[in-house]
Design a protein around this ligand. Structure first.
Ligand code: NCD
Length: 311
């Protein structure tokens, strides 16, 4: 097994062989999860604490199920009700929890870099469940596993990432992962939602869907991250859907067997046509959710091994 990390803070520090190790182990957990007895004991006796400072449905549920299936004692903190509301800092909260000897801390935070800072202050493994616009490593890994299973490989594919690139940690982590695995990456979206100087990162940039989707193997749609916008980035949702929303007609420019992805939560009729999102012949959105549990099990399993019982 090649996985040298003590934390999973982002895709940036991962080498391609570590990504492959994690995805191979996740494949094993997909089989376990599809069986009747979904239990393993690799985290028995370990304590996992989930701290979500931002709303989450699938990521939080998925980390919780993943930990339980591996036999860990799992606690999800209700951050709205915690002492953070009384003014306690993130670091004080982390130190308080650290004193209770957790083995795994899963953290989502609205500020980019907050999870890395926290990881410096605690003794256990820290998993980033999304920090601001920075990284969302388990999302990129679950996307990679979904692509690898659907396409039979994770290299030399043409992958279009579409929509609100500028505010998206999902796009950032995916860009790094898919780049490390030597894929051709196209970013499609309005110039107002495209990070400055992004073309320097070896990606192709388009503001026209039909041009950008040409011959794509994978079409990854992103949510409009309104909570991270502080002005008029798009004229109107109607106009946005017209130009950038994925429907059958725009998808017809991609390869006939192209898969459609979305990390959720989706705005139907804004980023994607609802019928297309539900079309099991094209859309792998539900598979992404399924892969999310397996990838999180693999990540926590590998990190727990690297912490070798010390907590
Ligand atoms: C993403 C996130 O939180 O960054 N969602 C998720 O984890 N499934 C994407 C989003 O919120 O649009």
């Amino acid at each position: 097994m090649t996985f040298r990390q003590k934390h999973l803070l982002g895709i940036e520090p991962l080498a391609p062989d570590e990504i492959t190790t994690l995805l191979d182990l996740a494949d094993h957990y997909v089989s376990l999860n599809r069986g009747e007895h979904k239990h393993s004991d690799v985290l028995t006796g370990r304590t996992q604490i989930n701290m979500f400072f931002e709303n989450s449905t699938r990521t939080q549920a998925s980390f919780e199920i993943a930990g339980k299936r591996l036999g860990a004692d799992v606690m999800s903190m209700a951050m709205q009700a915690s002492s953070i509301k009384k003014g306690e800092t993130l670091i004080d909260t982390a130190l308080t929890l650290n004193a209770m000897h957790p083995d795994l801390l899963v953290v989502r935070h609205p500020h980019s870099g907050a999870v890395n800072l926290l990881a410096e202050k605690v003794n256990c493994a820290v998993l980033n469940a999304g920090d601001g616009r920075h990284e969302h490593p388990t999302q990129a890994l679950l996307d990679a596993l979904t692509i690898r299973r659907a396409k039979g490989r994770l290299h030399r594919l043409t992958i279009a990432i579409c929509g609100d690139i500028a505010h998206s940690r999902v796009a950032r982590s995916n860009l790094m992962l898919l780049g490390k695995m030597e894929n051709r990456i196209r970013l499609i979206g309005p110039p107002t939602l495209m990070p400055a100087r992004i073309a320097e990162f070896g990606v192709e940039v388009y503001d026209d869907m039909r041009e950008g989707l040409q011959d794509a193997d994978v079409v990854m749609m992103l949510r409009l991250q309104r909570e991270r916008m502080d002005g008029g980035f798009i004229p109107s949702e109607r106009e946005y859907y017209h130009r950038y929303g994925l429907d059958e007609e725009k998808l017809s420019f991609a390869k006939p067997d192209a898969i459609v992805m979305h990390p959720g939560p989706m705005n139907r009729g804004v980023e994607i046509d609802g019928t297309l999102a539900d079309d099991i012949n094209r859309s792998v959105i539900q598979e992404q959710v399924e892969m999310g549990v397996a990838v999180r099990m693999a990540a926590m399993d590998l990190l727990a091994r690297n912490h070798g019982g010390a907590s």
